[in-house]
Ligand binder design. Sequence first.
Ligand code: IDP
Length: 141
Amino acid sequence: MATERTLSIIKPDAVAKNAIGDIIARFEKAGLQVVAAKMTHLSEEKAGGFYAEHKERPFFKDLVGFMTSGPVVVQVLEGEGAIAKNRDLMGATNPKEAAPGTIRADFAETIDANAVHGSDSAESAEREISYFFGNDEICPR
Ligand code: IDP
């Protein structure tokens, strides 16, 4: 499988629970490397732009409100099959449907506040990584 990069966000609920280290440990234990990382408090404009594909969905306003409710940690993860691997580690969007042992099963309670974001395709990964990081902020090892 090819080496890929994917964008991960530790969302405000997980940051508030002091779970940053536990979540990053799961990525590292699964063989993914953090090649870029920053903590930031998203503006409405930045969060809305990130989730632009959901603009017409009924939950969009709440989603932007939640994503701007506190700081997040944004990372680029690199590794073999990183996009699918991260999605497997995250679990289903709704934590109530997430498989046991996944990040969302262990750290989230509701679909609105579900602990993590991860790119869902190679196209999304490329767009999302460049939305947050310049090339000079990514540190391949
Ligand atoms: P994903 O984060 O698992 O890729 P998406 O369908 O891309 O899921 O949705 C983006 C985010 O929007 C979700 O992580 C979740 O926080 C929120 N969301 C999705 N569907 C709903 C919903 O039905 N109600 C409330 N929030 C939702």
